[in-house]
Design a protein around this ligand. Structure first.
Ligand code: URA
Ligand code: URA
Length: 232
C-alpha cells in the first residue's frame, strides 16, 4: 500500500466514524490500532542491512509535507563504515538541488574544519536530522523531526560509528532529547547508546558569527583526541 492508499484508508475510516457519531467522534481502539499496524508494516526497511538498499527504500518518502516540496531527498553521504558520523540539521537549497548533504557554503567550511584535523569528508559519514529541505530553510518542526528520525536511527545502526559529532543545536538537542543550550552541550563527551557523542556549532552559524570559531576549533580537537584514542 502506498502513501495515498493509506491516506485514503484513514479518510474512509474517519468519514465512517463521522457518519456514525457526528460531532463527538468515537474512535474504537481496535480500529485505530489496525491502522497503525498497517502503517508499521510499511516500514519494511527495518530489516535492510545495507545503506544503499536503505536509501532506495525510503527515497520517495512522503511521511511529512516536506517530501512533496523537495527537489531531491538528501539521504547522507560518505564512508558507509565510518568511525565518525557527522549529523547536521536539514538540507538547504544547494543540498536539495544536488541530493547530497553539506555541499553549499556551510559544507565548504565544514570541509575546511575537517581538513584542520586531517579528515576528509569521504572518510566520515555525513547525515542530517531531516532529509528534505524546509521552506525558506526554517527550523524543522517537531513533527517533521519525529517523522524522519527513525531513518537517522537506522543509518546510525548501519554505519555503526564509534563517535557522533552533532553540528548545531537542532542535531544536538534532538539526539540528546534535551533543551539545553548548545553552549552547555559542547566541550564534553556524551554517551549516546554506547557511542561517544560530541557537539559543536553548525558551520552555517560560524559563517554568521565568526567569534564561535575558536570554540569550534576546540571541539574538533576533542573529536580528534577521542578518535585517536578509540583506534588504540
Ligand atoms: N546545513 C545542514 O544542516 N545540513 C546540510 O546538509 C546543509 C546545510
Ligand atoms: N580550525 C579553525 O581555525 N577554525 C575552525 O573553525 C575550525 C578549525
Amino acid at each position: 500500500m502506498n502513501f495515498e492508499e493509506y491516506q485514503h484508508r484513514i479518510e474512509q475510516f474517519l468519514k465512517n466514524e463521522i457518519e456514525l457519531y457526528g460531532d463527538e467522534l468515537v474512535l474504537p481502539r481496535d480500529a485505530v490500532q489496525a491502522l497503525f499496524d498497517v502503517h508499521e508494516s510499511q516500514a519494511d526497511w527495518q530489516s535492510i542491512g545495507d545503506l544503499a538498499q536503505f536509501h532506495s527504500a525510503i527515497k520517495d518518502c512522503l511521511k511529512c509535507p516536506l517530501g512533496g516540496n523537495r527537489i531531491k531527498f538528501v539521504f547522507g553521504s560518505g564512508n558507509p563504515a565510518a568511525e565518525i558520523m557527522l549529523i547536521g540539521e536539514a538540507p538547504g537549497a544547494d543540498e536539495d538541488r544536488q541530493g547530497l548533504p553539506f555541499v553549499g557554503k556551510a559544507g565548504q567550511l565544514l570541509d575546511k574544519i575537517l581538513a584542520a584535523i586531517q579528515l576528509d569528508r569521504n572518510e566520515v559519514y555525513i547525515g542530517n536530522i531531516i532529509k528534505c529541505r524546509p521552506p525558506q530553510n526554517r527550523d524543522p518542526l517537531p513533527q517533521e523531526i519525529e517523522a524522519c528520525l527513525p531513518y537517522l536511527h537506522k543509518q546510525i545502526e548501519l554505519v555503526d560509528p564509534t563517535i557522533i559529532l552533532c553540528l548545531g543545536r537542532i542535531a544536538a538537542q534532538t539526539l540528546l532529547r534535551t533543551t539545553e543550550s548548545l553552549g552547555r552541550l559542547r566541550s564534553k563527551v556524551h554517551d549516546y547508546f554506547g557511542r561517544k557523542l560530541i557537539v559543536t556549532y553548525h558551520p552555517a552559524a560560524l559563517l554568521r558569527y565568526p567569534q564561535y570559531k575558536r570554540d569550534t576549533w576546540e571541539d574538533v580537537q576533542l573529536l580528534q583526541r577521542i578518535y585517536i584514542e578509540s583506534k588504540k
